[in-house]
Design a protein around this ligand. Structure first.
Ligand code: MRU
Length: 334
């Protein structure tokens, strides 16, 4: 079954169409980006989000700059690199686009735009292909009837299609397995409650929402066969940055003897980093946390700490599932 396209190049329009992930689950709305700045803002304000989807959107963003010439393309590469710091897929995609630009130093105009568009489409297709392969590998890790817990949204809409962690669940189902899912709400932006639950229910999965703080009680009192999450950056030793709250889940999983799996494409690996200590962690606006029910607010006199990601040490990760196969500790990626 084909999943929804969250990032799509509209050839007839020469524009990038993004599923507006801020509007979900209430509305399935789309935003059309015609300039580099449109794309940069869409990444910053999380119209498009999820590590692979950000990289793909940025690649198409570079294509939008081509009409302005080579200088504009270089500026686009710089601007898009300043949007979000943690997901390495963004920088990997921009590096590929830069390599295409530099490989043809005299190309301008439509020729340049065409070449860059080919590059962006290849990045997009390669991501879907990687997800399908990793899905098949990951599906083998799950029992015939599986109950899994996931965090944030590592689904089709966070990628070029199919998804990473949720792609594994889709592939398991395609392989004839029965999969029941618990989804963490994922404070503060609620990617689990807004996006994962919507995406899985849309595909007919049996999905149950829990608040983040319920994961320990869930593992203690109910059956959970595995925790499976995506990633934003994986260091050479397997340390993994993912949505804030992932680390706590990994520690809980270890305490309860539940396997903890990370599913991510090779574009999420940063082998320039020996371990996770060098991964830049995005800190987002305290506004994301000040709103309370009934229109109330956390008083301005109270400080807020709002890191968007945390790093899970490799020792808590039972396996890392990629399109190149399933890796087990000790991790020594090269
Ligand atoms: O801040 P977000 O919503 O972009 O964070 C997304 C995540 O942490 C995902 O788990 C990760 O990018 C993997 S998406 C396949």
């Amino acid at each position: 079954m084909r999943t929804i396209d969250s990032v799509e190049w509209i050839e007839a329009d020469g524009a990038l169409r993004l599923l507006d992930q801020r509007a979900l689950p209430g509305r399935e709305a789309y935003v059309v980006c015609r300039t580099v700045e449109d794309v940069a803002l869409a990444i910053e304000n999380m119209t498009v989000r999820g590590a692979p989807a950000i990289g793909i959107a940025a690649a198409y963003g570079v294509v939008l700059a081509a009409a302005g010439g080579r200088g504009a393309v270089r500026e686009a590469l710089e601007r898009l690199a300043r949007t979000r710091p943690t997901a390495v897929n963004l920088f990997e995609a921009l590096n590929r686009m830069r390599a295409i630009l530099e490989a043809e130093p005299s190309l301008e105009g439509e020729g340049l735009a065409g070449l860059l568009l080919d590059g962006a489409l290849r990045i997009h297709e390669a991501d879907v292909e990687a997800n399908r392969r990793m899905g098949a590998y990951g599906a083998e890790l799950l029992p015939r009837t599986a109950v899994v817990l996931t965090h944030c949204n590592a689904g089709a809409i966070a990628t070029g299609g199919h998804g990473t962690a949720l792609g594994v669940l889709r592939s398991a189902r395609e392989a004839g397995k029965t999969v029941r899912v618990y989804a963490d709400e994922t404070r503060p932006l609620l990617q689990g409650a807004r996006l994962t639950v919507w995406e899985l229910a849309r595909d007919g999965f049996d999905v149950t929402l829990i608040a983040d703080g319920m994961a320990g009680a869930l593992m203690r009192t109910k059956r959970v066969d595995a925790v499976i999450v995506g990633a934003d950056r994986i260091a050479a030793n397997g340390d993994t940055a993912n949505k804030i709250g992932t680390y706590a889940l990994a520690v809980l999983a270890a305490a309860h003897g539940v396997p903890f799996y990370v599913a991510a494409p090779w574009s999420t690996f940063d082998l320039t980093l020996a371990d996770g200590s060098g991964i830049p962690i995005e800190e987002r606006s305290d506004e994301e946390m000040r709103g309370l029910p009934n229109g109330q607010r956390v008083p301005e006199t109270v400080r807020v700490w709002n890191p968007a990601f945390d790093v899970t040490p490799a020792r808590y990760i039972s396996a890392i599932v990629t399109e190149r196969g399933v890796f087990r500790p000790p991790y020594m990626f090269s």
